[in-house]
Design a protein around this ligand. Sequence first.
Ligand code: MN
Length: 490
Amino acid sequence: MAVRILDTTLRDGEQTPGVSLSVEQKLMIAESLDRLGVDIIEAGTAISSQGEFDAIKAISEAGLKAEICSFARIKFEDIDAAADANADSIFMVAPSSDIHISSKFPGKTREDIIEMSVQAIEYAKERGLIVEFGGEDASRADFNFIVELYRNAISAKTDRLAFTDTVGVFTPEKAFQTMKALKENFDVPVAFHGHDDFGLATSNTIYAVKGGADEIHVAMNGLGERAGNAALEEVVMSLEFLYGMKTNINKEMIYPASQLVEKLTRVKVPPNKPIVGDNAFTHESGIHTSALLKNAKTYEPISPDVIGRKRSIVLGKHAGRASVEAIMKEMGYRASREQMQEILGRIKDMGDKGKRVTDADIRTIIETVLQIKREKKVDLLDLSIVSGVHVMPTASVKLRINGDEVIEAGIGLGPVDAAINAIKRAIQDYADIELMSYHVDAITGGTDALVDVVVQLKKGDRIVTARGARTDIIMASVEAFIEGLNMLMD
Ligand code: MN
């Protein structure tokens, strides 16, 4: 039996500090999660705002395969909002630890909570909802009370139970024991909801499954309150590849979904994040890449295409002959032994100086050493920018593209944005280029600092990095962009 996945990216994940999604953005993410194959999409909290209500309604009516769920407290108005938004189900929590009971329902006793929960569950069933009921902060509650609360919830006809580690203080051993005990007491499906405050969310979730959990709550990229929820990608890949268990997830959709969530929530995935981080399938060390090019299994636990992404090889001070040869082969160049030594030396030199060696840097080094002169496809002839108070930043550019002179103008949120937009418009008839990322560093301290801009550009499935370094941030950005264009338009 496959472990069922409730994805809470759109609820707990949206409670990530600084994250707020529009109705359209939530719908886009829900569609992506549906393609990913999650069993339940917790789409938000219908009672919390009009926007949340509208988003849950739009997602519920989008014809997705997944069950659409709204979060709810043990309050009739929460249940009404979820039902009115056409959600299939609610994930309803009652405070269960004494600290939650006394601070959320002052003056109420444990018995009162049981009574309120029973009434809420009965009402939700009347309103036609599937009910997943859980004690909030259950991991810090008296377990005897949890059992009592859940026994009553089952009498009130809850469909499922959930056990929440709301503040992330569980351990794998406790998750295992608790799930085992719950499954011995109750015969409805039981879910586990974990948080990563001590970095144990993935382990706890896996042990909950080993203890008998039928369903787990996870979020894409590990989003969620504070340190986040258990990361969908980590839990699913571990369950399937390390523990031999099954889920309904289409694994090749993991990376596309992660990318979309990163883009829309604007929460950058750390480069060293398992499975979905930029570096998870990137290799730099010469020793590693040399073995890897012979047999990818040497330094990769799984093949990147399993989750819908590609391997990348980055050259730096650890660069070796094999990785440079691989890149030269891709470019169609051959070098003598001496030339190869020279190329490697220059790349390592750049890496030693603490610089990121971009694809454009490597090409420049190779072509310089091989004395290859290349006609530039795109050349900047002229650029002017207007920016200031009460002025929409505006740029006009004159470029030479494949021999044609092209003049275009663009506006933007700032002068850099305006300049890049003008260039994008100028080249749109020549190539379909997408700016994937833009990174700027000030190398020195003052307002006269040397600015280092690294951009990542994409054309089709080809991605290149390029750099511009100037004291003028606009020129550095334009230089990086044009350098990248020249690589992609070859
Ligand atoms: Mn939570």
